[in-house]
Design a protein around this ligand. Structure first.
Ligand SMILES: [Zn+2]
Length: 386
């Protein structure tokens, strides 16, 4: 290779996206071994940006300069061989009351994170995803989602801390943000803190660093609408009327639109939607809200309780119409799970398609998009009205 190739082309900035497929790159530590303009250069552990899809590799700017520098030193010594093992930077940026596990190389070599006026602030810190569940069940904090993989931990109206979920299912937050948490919270976070996997490409990165908001999938968009509705409820009633347990969160993240209409897929889709959008409502919390509004929650199931809350707090709304998609989802699961007799199953399905206003013989591929759209409409209307 020619040394010139290591000088970045003028105007070229190495970003976190692959030139071939535009996918996110991961930081890896590679063994570099090339003859560069007559000098055999070997570096152990050189930071390299790697595309897991195309297996393409790109050199971050500082890695390019490292090669150039070694070549220069070899030339000064009139040597034609240089072998080095790179030491990790292991820099302590001084954030946090508690020493968090992070890799300062991430900050230095992942494109877009350096802020000379705020050294180390945007260092990614990695956590087990269970960390979110604790914030969801805390009375002081709440979670809000812009998609299933990008959200914020909020406290009151003035504190929010963004988080993302990377491709390996790990939670990522910025070191500088963590520093703003009370010390006790930092100790808690530290207990779920894990080593960096150097993979930060996500909606979180796109939104936070590139200010790019990718078009959401219908599923992500629905999850976001649910989150906005729950946030509106929290503001209005001061209570979390739904919760996120591990199963619901895992299902939300892994859930995709059906691509085939089979018995198994029907059951899976109806079950999953039920778990995320119906079973996650907190009956007790809904009951308490009803009581606070002067109603009686006795012997009502969660959908009815939610309807009661709407009737009591937004009398101008047509609560039964707005709640209809929730009942449809419930009935769809009963029909698709063969929980009733054959006859009632057919009736139930007919009742589902009637209310969705689609053909009676519609299968999963027609029912699903229609139901998702109607649920989305309801969440949005409810959030606006509250
Ligand atoms: Zn690629």
């Amino acid at each position: 290779m020619d040394l010139k190739e290591f000088f970045p082309e003028s105007g070229h900035i190495q970003r976190l996206y692959c030139d071939q497929c535009n996918g996110h790159l991961d930081l890896v530590f590679d063994d570099f071994s090339e003859t560069v303009s007559g000098v055999e250069i070997s570096i152990n552990g050189l930071p390299v940006l790697h595309c897991p899809k195309c297996n393409e590799k790109y050199l971050p700017d500082d890695s390019r300069f490292a090669v150039i520098h070694l070549h220069e030193q070899a030339a000064k010594r009139s040597s034609d061989i240089v072998k080095v093992t790179r030491n990790k930077t292991n820099q302590d940026f001084g954030f946090g009351a508690v020493p968090f596990i992070y890799d300062s190389d991430d900050y230095k070599y992942i494109p877009g994170l350096k802020r000379p006026w705020d050294e180390g602030f945007l260092t990614p810190v990695f956590f087990n995803r269970e960390v979110l569940l604790k914030y969801d069940s805390s009375p002081t904090y709440r979670l809000s989602f812009a998609s299933t993989t990008y959200g914020e931990i909020r406290r009151g109206d003035d504190f929010s801390m963004p988080f993302g979920l990377n491709g390996n299912g790990k939670i990522v937050m910025w070191l500088g943000d963590i520093d703003r948490l009370p010390e006790a919270e930092q100790y808690y976070l530290r207990s779920e803190n894990i080593e960096s996997d150097h993979s930060i490409g996500s909606e979180f990165y796109d939104g936070q660093i590139e200010c790019v908001f990718t078009d959401l999938s219908k599923e992500d968009d629905l999850f976001k609408a649910r989150s906005e509705f729950l946030e509106a409820c929290f503001k209005k009633f001061g209570s979390k009327i739904a919760h996120l347990d591990k199963e619901v969160f895992d299902l939300s993240v892994s859930f995709n639109a059906p691509i085939v209409d089979t018995e198994k897929e029907r059951r899976h889709v109806a079950d999953t939607l039920n778990k995320i959008y119906l079973e996650s409502f907190d009956n007790k919390a809904l009951g308490a809200v009803i009581k606070s509004l002067g109603g009686d929650p006795k012997s009502l199931g969660s959908i009815k309780r939610l309807q009661k809350v709407i009737e009591l707090s937004c009398p101008a709304l047509d609560a039964s119409t707005i709640m209809s998609p929730f009942y449809i989802l419930y009935d769809l699961r009963v029909a698709y799970s063969h929980l009733g007799s054959d006859e009632s199953e057919e009736e139930k399905l007919k009742f589902v398609t009637d209310r969705l206003d689609i053909k009676a013989d519609s299968g999963l591929m027609e029912i699903y998009p229609s139901l998702i759209e109607k649920l989305h409409e309801s969440f949005t209307k409810l959030a606006d009205s509250l």
